[in-house]
Design a protein around this ligand. Structure first.
Ligand code: SF4
Ligand code: SF4
Ligand code: SF4
Length: 302
């Protein structure tokens, strides 16, 4: 599904050494989701499916508003509803969070992916999956600290929100932001979105939410999808949003070990080759071997 932007715009590519030289750097973008403005109408979820031509089979009602029950290859964004009993303030609160890819500045999915070019990051910060290069191994799922990618049983490819990279490439905002009736979702440059978030946080603080704040987690060097939270001191209240997301040390170790093991193996092969050359000299074909090869060839041609 991913729209392949010009290669010059890439800054990172999975299973490829070093950063790609992005000759035409775009401004860093971000989507700001202000949870205090969300009314849970799901227009964003529907708009995502419409724009990306996704269709999800209806699921059974199990007594929660989340529908479907989880992200899946056909649901790239999902509204998650939490009923929170705020005992300190003696009130019941609905915490409704739009779940989906966070477009991490340091994306664990991309770091874990072993297939060259299956996951890319553009200079504007968007992290995209390139279906043609995906081998369906599922390492991106393990590498993601937000539990986002889903592997399709139909085509064995990984799927997630693209931040509407196709629309953004044409100067439009994401479909979900366009559809939101309360402007709970806004899209623009990352700097502008941080400035807007700070205004919203000040407003929430004046209205009694002393712990309101911006969610832009430093453990992944920030994200290109950010939240304004009323309870920024407890992100996990919002349907398990990670309090301090980080790429698993296993992914970092695995990448480091495989990289250095590969270099060691290549080095060892070179040493053995040179040693063999010095001890035994170059490989030579004897007269006898050449005569046998000629006989075989004549037999085949006869
Ligand atoms: S949220 Fe997960 S899938 Fe999205 S960019 Fe970050 S690591 Fe990758
Ligand atoms: S940015 Fe686009 S792909 Fe991502 S959730 Fe919004 S509509 Fe869906
Ligand atoms: S469209 Fe806006 S208000 Fe409606 S559920 Fe999505 S984020 Fe909330």
């Amino acid at each position: 599904m991913a729209y392949i932007q010009p290669k010059l715009d890439l800054v990172r590519r999975s299973a490829s050494s070093g950063a790609e030289p992005a000759l035409s750097r775009e401004t860093e973008v971000a989507k700001l989701i202000d949870i205090s403005k969300c009314i849970g109408c799901k227009a964003c979820q529907v708009a995502c499916m419409e724009w990306n031509e996704l269709r999800q089979e209806p699921e059974e009602n199990v007594g929660v508003y989340d529908n479907p029950h989880d992200l899946n290859p056909n649901t790239w964004t999902l509204m998650r509803y939490t009923e929170y009993e705020n005992t300190a303030e003696d009130r019941l609160e609905w915490l409704i969070r739009k779940d989906g890819c966070m477009h991490c500045t340091d994306p664990g999915c991309l770091k874990a992916c072993p297939s060259p070019g299956a996951i890319v990051q553009y200079s504007n910060g968007i992290v995209d999956f390139i279906s043609e290069a995906c081998i369906g191994c599922g390492y991106c799922v393990k590498g993601c600290p937000f539990n986002i990618p889903r592997i399709s049983k139909a085509d064995h490819k990984a799927y997630k929100c693209t931040l509407c990279s196709d629309r953004v490439a044409e100067g439009m905002g994401p479909a979900c932001a366009k559809a939101c009736p309360t402007k709970a979702i806004t899209f623009g440059s990352k700097d502008d979105m941080i400035a807007l978030a700070n205004e919203r946080v000040e407003d929430l603080k004046e209205r009694g939410y002393a712990r309101a704040g911006l969610y832009d987690p430093p453990g992944v060097n920030g994200t290109h999808v950010m939240y304004v939270l009323h309870h920024a001191d407890k992100p996990s209240l919002y349907a398990g949003l990670p309090d301090a997301p980080r790429i698993s040390p296993l992914v970092e170790t695995w990448k480091g070990v495989t990289k250095y093991a590969g270099m060691l193996a290549m080095g060892a092969a070179a040493v053995v080759g040179i040693g063999h050359y010095l001890m035994a000299g170059p490989n030579e074909v004897s007269e006898h071997d050449e005569a046998e090869a000629r006989k075989l060839k004549e037999g085949r041609d006869a």
